[in-house]
Ligand binder design. Structure first.
Ligand code: SF4
Ligand code: SF4
Ligand code: SF4
Length: 316
């Protein structure tokens, strides 16, 4: 089955480029690593044939928007990617007028680690593995794609993007409510046990910053971790440096994380960042009734003021 974009979508993108409505289109093309498509930046109408869509298109392409400030940009967006685009617009980073969005109804993207586990090899030993329609072919076996999806996809709250100028793809999956079972399990632990969970996860982190780089909401021109004067964080793998970075990053994303899972997918060490980010997403939803990227008209809690705010945290 071809994973090229449908002709009508190719023509739409080529038309945007031809007519000067966009300077660049950010999409996916076939990658060199098994089960991973790679981002591509299309600037000429004749190159739209390079674009693909399938269950290996895992990057949240909204992370590349900050590299194109001041341009008019076209972009492919799954449901979770579109939440990031909405959140970026809510934070004044982009306007709808400067974006053209090809939305994709997305059944989910494949987790290469799960495939490797099912085939009994390490993820960097995956060879001659690829999609075959709705299945993954490799090691003489056929695995259903639907059994090999990332956690974020099996509990996806928005398969079809809320905003788009053109829509493609099909998805029968039902949108799930905000997933909380993994967060509630951690909340049920006492403080020492919660710290043990956090410390154990972060003990695998080697401060490669792939999570930050994959995150559409980590768009600061200079990340606090890269400041040298003053120096906020030493970039060592000592537990206190790693934990400080992760705590700072997680709280910096409170009320801003859209739960796309791109950071967790990007982590080469398999750190479960999602657990801690989702804790704050749930807290913000419960305390402020706000989910980042869901309602384009909603005001982020950190950018608004409510006279009836309980202010429980303020020490009088
Ligand atoms: S979270 Fe939803 S929209 Fe995002 S990749 Fe998974 S299934 Fe697709
Ligand atoms: S912190 Fe992770 S889950 Fe949240 S928006 Fe960034 S990449 Fe997505
Ligand atoms: S991607 Fe993983 S290993 Fe790299 S900094 Fe983030 S949590 Fe640490």
């Amino acid at each position: 089955m071809s994973n090229a974009l449908p002709p009508r979508i190719q023509e739409t993108i080529a038309g945007w480029l031809r007519d000067g409505e966009i300077d660049v289109f950010i999409g996916y093309e076939a990658g060199s690593v098994p089960l991973r498509a790679t981002p591509v930046f299309i600037r000429a109408p004749e190159d739209v044939g390079r674009l693909i869509w399938d269950a290996t298109c895992e990057n949240n392409l909204a992370a590349f928007l900050s590299l194109h400030r001041g341009k008019r940009v076209g972009i492919m967006a799954k449901g979770c990617d579109a939440r990031a685009i909405v959140a970026l617009m809510q934070e004044g980073q982009w306007t709808r007028e400067t974006l053209r969005i090809v939305g994709v109804a997305c059944p989910g993207v494949v987790d290469p680690r799960q495939v490797a586990g099912a085939l009994g090899v390490a993820v960097d030993e995956l060879e001659d593995v690829g999609l075959d329609g709705e299945q993954i072919a490799g090691g003489g076996r056929l695995l259903p794609c639907g059994d090999m999806l990332y956690d974020t996809c099996t509990s996806c709250s928005q398969h079809t993007p809320a905003i788009h100028d053109a829509l493609m793809g099909t998805c029968d999956g039902e949108d799930a409510p905000l997933d909380d079972a993994h967060v509630r399990a951690m909340e049920a632990l006492d403080a020492d046990a919660r710290w043990d969970v956090f410390s154990a996860e972060m003990s695998r982190c080697n401060l490669c910053f792939a999570c930050r780089n994959a995150c559409p909401m980590c768009y600061c021109n200079q990340c606090f971790v890269d400041h040298t004067a003053p120096r906020w964080v030493n970039e060592t793998v000592e537990p206190h440096d790693v934990q400080f970075f992760q705590i700072m990053r997680t709280f910096h994303l409170a009320g801003r994380c859209v739960g796309c899972g791109a950071c967790t997918r990007a982590c080469p060490q398999g750190v479960n960042l999602r657990l801690f980010l989702d804790k704050l997403r749930l807290d913000v939803a419960e305390l402020f009734g706000y989910e980042a990227g869901v309602d384009p008209e909603a005001k982020p809690p950190l950018a608004t003021y409510r006279e009836d705010d309980p202010n429980d945290f303020v020490i009088g």
